[in-house]
Write a protein that binds this ligand. Structure first.
Ligand SMILES: CCCCCCCCCCCCCCCC(=O)SCCNC(=O)CCNC(=O)[C@H](O)C(C)(C)COP(=O)(O)OP(=O)(O)OC[C@H]1O[C@@H](n2cnc3c(N)ncnc32)[C@H](O)[C@@H]1OP(=O)(O)O
Length: 228
């Protein structure tokens, strides 16, 4: 008799784009490390491109070199976005995610840590995330908070989508080292109310509260076990 982890059938997961994928965890880890290494260098490239002061001719030569690299990566591509996949050991991977995607150079990436009160993350935001001079773009703050709040609401046991997100920008958030914190304030049925903040060394810069909803069609019964 084999006990199966508490996953819905593939067809149920596919409703929300979540896909059961039985790639073994060591293989997922190995490939993730390879893609994260590439994304790290691309992230450096983005920062270097923003801040470069080399002359126009050098910029054009670098552009041409990069176009060749893009062609090499395009030699074999997914037909669309990377999506979210899970294997039977509850190993999840979302390599294209805008906030935590291991393969996504646009993602800082945020490394979310679960703690006793919810989740936190320490992140250093550089020139690619600027809005007002020297300050984090307000939309970037909202994006990062949305993600950590969603992870907090999901609590590693359910899938929730952002229903409503309210931000209060108390003062400018400087680029550089920042700490995000999120916790669940209360729950009502499928609704999870989450509060969160961003802080620099001098204290809170942004506060957020949000309602995260577990869509009826994606509800997972953690007690469900199937024997074969
Ligand atoms: C194996 C498992 C491991 C999983 C581990 C994965 C962890 C992975 C973490 C990823 C973390 C990602 C963090 C980023 C999160 C996003 O960025 S999500 C993307 C942005 N959000 C969206 O695209 C959501 C779009 N909207 C929707 O899909 C649907 O409108 C919703 C929000 C799911 C609600 O749909 P619904 O389930 O049909 O809701 P419905 O039955 O009408 O209403 C249910 C209740 O919610 C209320 N409600 C409905 N809509 C709203 C709303 N917008 N605002 C407030 N309340 C609302 C209703 O009033 C109702 O309340 P009650 O009457 O029960 O009191």
């Amino acid at each position: 008799m084999t006990s199966r982890p508490p996953f819905p059938e593939v067809s149920a997961l596919s409703i929300g784009g979540f896909v059961r994928d039985d790639t073994p965890t060591p293989e997922v880890d190995r490939r993730e490390a390879v893609l994260a290494s590439l994304a790290g260098t691309v992230r450096e490239l983005v920062d270097a491109a923003i801040r470069t002061t080399v002359d126009d001719g050098e910029v054009h030569r670098i552009r041409d070199d990069l176009a060749g690299l893009v062609d090499r990566l395009r030699a074999s591509q997914l037909p669309g976005p990377a999506g979210v996949r899970f294997n039977g050991e509850m190993r999840a991977w979302n390599w294209g995610n805008a906030v935590v995607g291991a393969a996504n150079a646009i993602a800082p990436p945020l490394e979310v840590v679960h703690d006793a009160s919810g989740c936190h993350a320490d992140v250093v935001l550089g020139a690619a995330y600027e809005g007002p001079p020297g300050l984090v773009h307000g939309g970037v703050s909202a994006m990062l908070l949305d993600h950590i709040m969603g992870v907090t609401a999901s609590a590693m046991r359910r899938t929730t989508f952002t229903g409503t997100l309210t931000m209060r920008y108390r003062r400018g958030t400087p680029l550089g080292p920042l700490r995000l914190e999120a916790s669940i304030a209360r729950e009502e049925g499928r609704k999870v109310f989450v509060v969160a903040s961003i802080a620099d060394a001098d204290g809170v810069t942004v506060e957020a509260d949000g309602i995260f909803i577990e869509p009826a069609g994606l509800r997972i019964d953690p007690q469900e076990q199937t024997s074969a």
